[in-house]
Ligand binder design. Structure first.
Ligand code: NDP
Ligand code: OXD
Length: 310
């Protein structure tokens, strides 16, 4: 029987995804009809992104799974009409992008590049940066993205630690976990990378108390979610010199409002939620693989734990 796959990820994205999805479904040997509109009770799978107007999943009575194109699922995970299993996106292309973003910004801080970019005549201070092995980098969040970034930073020679909810063992990384492990992790964070999901537990995890636990002058890179940071506390810590600089990719309100104090702060670099994008060719293969697994009666890859919220 032909499967109906509803693309509910914003009509503006269909042009980019249509051909890769069709090819990937075919490569999995699936007989599927891909559409941006279909009667709800015909739909077998929904490809989802928060840009869609779809909010009520109740009419999709035969839908077997909702497959998110986004890694972060905070905008759908609490939807009470969603009774279908939800899978989030783990895409090799997205992961590679995040590794490049995090390593690039870590190296900017580590090498002190800002001191030399735009240097004026006479600015001759020949102080070499330390080696990576002498620099502590800490990653909050040791999921798909945190682990990949950690492995790349270890390969570059950094002293890397990480923190997760549950105990983890990752080669080359000092792993901490749980609320009691946070202070130990933060103490070595000359550069802190936050790659946690948005949940009630992670809200404002970077706050006045935890900022004070970082080494003085620490740098922060946040490509996780804006909700991880208490904005007022970060601004105060920057003004006091407790934090040396921050690079922020995600914000509580996006686009970041024009009058937000972050825009004018000399200690902040803003990037417009571009740390890592889902890449259509590789993501389409992940979606098609998951549909094939579901049709074969196998468990979904990357199924969201609704109780944990990620
Ligand atoms: P995962 O779900 O694979 O990993 C989440 C990690 O966070 C896990 O290690 C988890 O711990 C940890 N965690 C969650 N809650 C807590 C808590 N309360 N205390 C301690 N640790 C916690 O997610 P990904 O790595 O794939 O993605 C991380 C986030 O990155 C996404 O949720 C999204 O917000 C953001 N993102 C941003 C993008 C951008 O362009 N800026 C692009 C893509 C994603 P445990 O391992 O124990 O479960
Ligand atoms: C995502 C993101 O969650 O782009 O995929 O932030």
């Amino acid at each position: 029987m032909t499967l109906t796959v509803l693309f509910a990820a914003g009509p503006e994205n269909f042009a980019e995804y249509e051909a890769p999805l069709r090819a990937a479904l075919q490569a999995e040997g699936l007989d599927a009809r891909l559409a941006t509109e279909a009667p709800a009770d015909d739909v077998d799978y929904i490809v989802y992104a928060p840009s869609t107007a779809l909010r009520d999943f109740a009419p999709f009575t035969r839908c077997k799974a909702v497959l998110s194109l986004w890694a972060g699922v905070e905008r759908i995970v609490d939807n009470p009409t969603l009774t279908q299993p939800l899978a989030r996106m783990v895409d090799p292309g997205l992961t590679a992008g995040m590794v490049e973003y995090v390593c690039g910004h870590v190296l900017r801080y580590h090498l002190g590049m800002d001191a030399h970019i735009g240097a004026r005549p006479g600015a001759w201070t020949p102080v070499a940066p330390p080696l990576a092995a002498e620099r502590g980098v800490v990653i909050l969040g040791l999921g798909e993205l945190g682990r990949a970034c950690g492995a790349a930073l270890v390969a570059l020679g950094f002293r890397v630690s990480g923190w997760a909810a549950r105990p983890r063992q990752i080669p080359g990384l000092a792993c901490h976990h749980g609320p009691e492990g946070l202070a130990a992790a933060l103490g070595d964070a000359e550069i802190l990378v936050t790659l946690l999901p948005r949940t009630p537990e992670t809200d404002c995890i970077v706050n006045a108390h935890t900022l004070a636990q970082l080494p003085r002058g620490a740098r922060i890179i946040n490509p996780g979610r804006g909700s991880l940071i208490d904005d007022a506390a970060l601004l105060a810590a920057l003004d006091q010199g407790q934090i040396g600089h921050a690079t922020l990719d995600v914000f509580r309100t996006e686009p970041l409002p024009r009058n937000h104090p972050y825009w004018d702060h000399p200690g902040i670099t803003i990037t417009p939620h571009i740390a890592a994008s889902t890449r259509a060719p590789s993501a389409a293969r992940v979606i098609a693989r998951n549909i094939a697994r579901s049709e074969a009666g196998e468990s979904l890859l990357y199924q969201v734990d609704r109780a944990r919220g990620y």
